[in-house]
Design a protein around this ligand. Sequence first.
Ligand code: ADP
Ligand code: ADP
Length: 225
Amino acid sequence: DQFIAIEDVTKRYRGAGDLLAVDRVSTSIERGQFISILGPSGCGKSTLMQMVAGLAAPSSGRIAIDGKPVTAPQTDVGIVFQDTNLLDWRSVMRNIMLQIEIRKLDRAAYSDRARSLLAMVGLDGFEDKLPHQLSGGMKQRVSICRALIHDPPLLLMDEPFGALDALTRDQLNVDLQDIWLESGKTVIFVTHSISEAVFLSDRVLVMSPRPATVAADIHIDLPRR
Ligand code: ADP
Ligand code: ADP
């Protein structure tokens, strides 16, 4: 069941350097897959992810999600970056609900979902805390809830745990795997950690050094817990 189609996608950044970041990448991603994009820093992983999210346009080639060409920022995805960008004057709850407010959706209808997402990541009772009262790992848990609040079928994660210590990172990996197993969402996870990619994913795309091309496409028989 093909969900995302990436066809012959190239990204060239014009300007002083005229830098080729992604070179003729073609692949398709199945619904419900947890796919890691693994490669050295600066190889073009974020660029590829941004094109899937519709935040950057390919220089050539096509991307489609669920048969629809990606030509603008996608609303039906959740995105988690390394930098959580939580608004420090807003409570945990109101940070998670930001997407709902922006989309002018019914707040009451989503606040229960926000609470159950918080419980799922071990943060029940933290609704009224402010971001500065939380550890780095907790902030990243909140940003995962924020990405999932509108129940998008696709979750994009760009080095989400890169700034965390090893123990916190391992815990978040376990929790993320639980979320994936329970929700059945399609997840694209950018990382430069081989162990993280192998632990989490049922498929790993290994990218070459820049420009990013698919150097290996590895399917992993993930042991289910
Ligand atoms: P990765 O995510 O693998 O670290 P990126 O996709 O962030 O790689 O970057 C790939 C290359 O493209 C890098 O050399 C980076 O400096 C360059 N790059 C990324 N975004 C831009 C941009 N908006 N303008 C110009 N160059 C960029
Ligand atoms: P990563 O953590 O994946 O290596 P970077 O730190 O290279 O990412 O880039 C962070 C952000 O800055 C990305 O959104 C990328 O598109 C943008 N960026 C990276 N390099 C450049 C550049 N040379 N010019 C403009 N934007 C850039």
